[in-house]
Design a protein around this ligand. Sequence first.
Ligand SMILES: Cc1cc2nc3c(=O)[nH]c(=O)nc-3n(C[C@H](O)[C@H](O)[C@H](O)COP(=O)(O)OP(=O)(O)OC[C@H]3O[C@@H](n4cnc5c(N)ncnc54)[C@H](O)[C@@H]3O)c2cc1C
Length: 463
Amino acid sequence: MKQISERVQLLNDKSPNNDGKYVLYWMQMFKRTSHNDALKFAIQAANERNLPLVVYEGLKFYYPWASDRIHTFILEGVAEKRKAFEKLGIRYIFYLQKDKNSPKDTVARIAKDAALIVTDDFPCFIIPAHNEAIVKKAKIPVFAVDSNGVIPLSRFEKEEYAAYTIRPKIKKMLGEYLMPFVEEKLKVKSLNLKIDCPDTEVTEKNIAKLVAECDIDHSVKPSQIYHGGTANGRKRLKKFLQEILPDYDEARNKPEKDGSSRLSSYLHFGFLSPLEIALAVKEAEAPQKSKDAYLEELIVRRELSYNFTRFNENYDSLRALPAWVQKTMREHIDDKREIVYSLEQLEKGETADELWNAAEREMLATGEMHNYVRMLWGKNVIGWTRTYEEAFAILEHLNNKYCLDGRNPNSYAGILWCFGKHDRPWMKRPVFGTIRYMTSGSTGKKFNAKKYIEWTKTLAPEE
Ligand SMILES: Cc1cc2nc3c(=O)[nH]c(=O)nc-3n(C[C@H](O)[C@H](O)[C@H](O)COP(=O)(O)OP(=O)(O)OC[C@H]3O[C@@H](n4cnc5c(N)ncnc54)[C@H](O)[C@@H]3O)c2cc1C
């Protein structure tokens, strides 16, 4: 593996296929046609060789937690991408692999006629393994491009300890990167290229039917509120900038209000780029303290999570926790848990804690959970399970199964934050030791918990 520029890694040492008919961009996580460094690099590579570009995006049926909810959100972004790529003169193939009888190995199949492969560099979930697998199969160069954050991941040499260690570094570099994105134009158009690969037609009307035909978890229904795609993301961004950002500093901690951006799912699937959002926020008419508070979350906190999963190979387990947490967990491992709930009780939101159940309800129905109650949601499970490992496993499972923004570096950093990651020791308590403790009683006094609970009751239960 060789870092060839700040955002680009060459994953193997193969030579380009000089008879290649096109450059292949395998789009995995940056599901957008603008502000996309991987697409830009692929266009540049094609232009340098006077070749056309083919963009391939696949959706398989067997990734962990695959469900109607996640599939629908992804499919909602396909038709608009096809249209946008058509305008750019770029051949875009979308393949929905419905079950084990559907054609497989499609990337390797398209790669046979390619000069080289460009793909997305995303530091967690199934993407690193995907990239390793294509490297094993490919006889041509494979480039992985990082379009995750405002600042390239490679600008950090190691895992950062906490927000206070990464913040000054980000502040120092930000001016260099908070700049308008310069798009690249493809010279040799590729719309009419014949490609040996199935291509699934996705329209607004056939999404439900396509999803029903896939061998995935049909019990997790599509979100009632959030719909996928860049256009829907930009619609929400516009509302956020005009109506919500001015009060963000205060309202973001009020789950009963529509007071935060609710853009994390669009960011997770790459429908929106963090740079596009950051620049729009910078230019927006809003008090500086609200803009600063938002950019702290979008850049400092988010990029801390990406740095964590890039550098810590244990990011999806308690082994990623710092020494002080390991010590306090060892000391409190046998503390009596006053109440223990099963996964089933937790999943159904059947605890004695009304606020916790409301947070669970929000997640089940909408595919998101408000940041403020999400912290409480995670912390409480630590107190309600027999072991720390069981608490982690339940949180990972529920967060990734129901949240549209799950399976992301923020998912792991967020869950592990509940166990003390990126935090510091607090006062000692049973079970938690020196891990920061939160209760529904005190947290619920800081906002209108009753109103939030009532709102979640209006959300239709899952069928
Ligand atoms: C237990 C737990 C689980 C979490 N799981 C996820 C997850 O699966 N996916 C996810 O994106 N976030 C997760 N978070 C972080 C945070 O709760 C969400 O990013 C936030 O609720 C998203 O809502 P928003 O877009 O309205 O955020 P806003 O307040 O509008 O913030 C803007 C953006 O900044 C980023 N951001 C906000 N808070 C954080 C944070 N604490 N850490 C890192 N980035 C942040 C997000 O990308 C967000 O969209 C989790 C937090 C906890 C405590």
